[in-house]
Design a protein around this ligand. Structure first.
Ligand SMILES: Nc1ncnc2c1ncn2[C@@H]1O[C@H](COP(=O)(O)OP(=O)(O)O)[C@@H](O)[C@H]1O
Ligand SMILES: CC(=O)OP(=O)(O)O
Ligand SMILES: [Mg+2]
Length: 397
């Protein structure tokens, strides 16, 4: 019965999980899985750390809420690895609001406080918190630990985290929080291992997935980021608009007589790559398409990404290192090279062969080091869980 933690990562386009052995100092992945909700009947797929299929189950659409699938995950783990080893469940919680600069053990009061933040991350917060509620019901004694996307950006200070609106709103928490912090934390840690000489340098990490944001990093700390109060700001995303003239929202409500709910739906679900292409939110589909609208959506994506990288470079006073991560950043060489070309004036130059081969370092002769570092939000959460358990229970290694 190995001491373990189960990690759940609910993103906007996927729910991933990982079971980690925590009996040694560094968590080791035992198995991983995906809750696939894209088809009619949601599917749970579990694989070994080497990728071999271990378990698969489908649910009828009628009882398709992911809560039942999490009950299946727990049952599978107890069957395969023995009951009693699981010490905690760690969750990626997208919005932590102003209070949490690190992980926290969940109580009913804290869960209620996090649920109240749902309007600030409507695509994510309910999906992150649903399994917390399910597990609290089916395993009331199980320790649950929240790890926040916002926590890494607590190092941001004014003016980077300030909006130009009256101060009284800032006092009520209306400011830039930033997201994808668990991903940035992992990549910053890997970068320090791969290239310690770059830690003190001016680095921008580009997390390009279904959600996408940038982090301006110096000495391992977030100095600026493209997302704000909500994960709607910044880059063009799968279905989200990113930065937009706020006058557009007023226009839609006044002249198109759209309700607040309709505008929210438009900006979170119908915009971004999907809205501009009219074809898909999925970068793979757009890159494979011959339609002009698909090319235009990809073009806007790389134009805005390069533009915002320059904004982050301004915060840092220059650019020494650019790191790509996330589903698109790790896998779409066309996107990396298009962004690189747009940033040639900043000293970015991507080596075509290294980029095509998917090497870790893809820079050519330019002044900027360009790297591709796969993210691992689940491992970051597992490490946080170990730290929390050590604080509560003392060392258990
Ligand atoms: N080989 C690939 N080439 C281009 N895009 C890819 C590739 N693999 C994944 N992607 C894109 O990555 C995005 C999903 O990113 P991911 O980080 O997995 O999502 P999430 O934000 O839900 O965690 C999708 O747009 C998908 O098309
Ligand atoms: C915060 C966010 O956008 O997350 P994701 O990329 O998982 O949608
Ligand atoms: Mg993600």
């Amino acid at each position: 019965m190995t001491a373990s933690v189960l990690v759940l990562n609910s993103g906007s386009s996927s729910i991933k999980f990982g079971l980690f052995d925590i009996s040694a100092a560094e968590p080791v992945l035992l198995c991983k899985g995906l809750l696939d909700e894209h088809e009619d009947k949601p599917r749970l797929i579990v694989r070994s750390s080497a990728g071999e299929s271990l378990f698969e189950t489908r649910r009828e659409a009628a009882d398709a809420d992911s809560g039942h699938l999490f009950a299946d995950v727990l049952a599978f783990i107890e069957h395969r690895f023995g009951a009693g080893g699981l010490r905690a469940v760690g969750h990626r919680i997208v919005h932590g609001g102003p209070d949490y600069s690190g992980p926290v053990t969940l109580t009913d009061d804290i869960i209620a406080k996090l649920e109240a933040l749902a309007p600030l991350a409507p695509l994510h917060q309910p999906r992150c918190l649903a399994p917390v509620r399910t597990i609290a019901t089916i395993r009331p004694d199980m320790m649950q630990i929240a790890c926040f996307d916002t926590a890494f950006h607590h190092s941001m200070t004014p003016p980077a985290n300030r909006f130009a609106i009256p101060r009284r709103y800032e006092d009520r928490g209306v400011r830039r929080y930033g997201f994808h912090g668990l991903s940035f934390e992992h990549v910053a840690g890997r970068l320090a291992g791969i290239a310690p000489q770059l830690v003190a340098k001016r680095t921008v990490i580009a997390h390009l997935g279904n959600g996408a944001s940038l982090c301006a990093l110096r000495d391992g700390r977030s100095m600026d980021t493209t997302m704000g109060l909500t994960p709607l700001d910044g880059l063009v995303m799968g279905t989200r608009c990113g930065t937009i003239d706020p006058g557009v929202l007023l226009y839609l409500q006044q002249h198109e007589t759209m309700s607040v709910e309709a505008v929210q739906h438009l900006l979170y679900h119908e915009s971004g790559l999907l809205g501009v292409s009219g074809i898909s939110a999925d970068m793979r589909t757009l890159l494979a398409s011959r339609e002009a609208a698909a090319r235009e959506a990809v073009d806007l994506f790389t134009f805005r990404a390069a533009q915002e990288i320059a904004v982050m470079a301004n915060t840092l006073g220059g650019l020494d290192c650019l790191v790509f991560t996330g589903g698109i950043g790790e896998h779409a060489k066309e996107i990396r090279s298009a962004i690189g070309e747009r940033l040639a004036w900043l000293g970015v130059q991507i080596d075509a062969a290294a980029n095509d081969e998917g090497r870790e370092r893809i820079s050519g002769d330019g002044a900027v080091d360009v790297l591709v570092i796969p993210t691992n939000e689940e491992l970051t959460i597992a490490r946080h869980c170990v730290a929390v358990l050590q604080t509560i229970e003392g060392s258990f290694h």
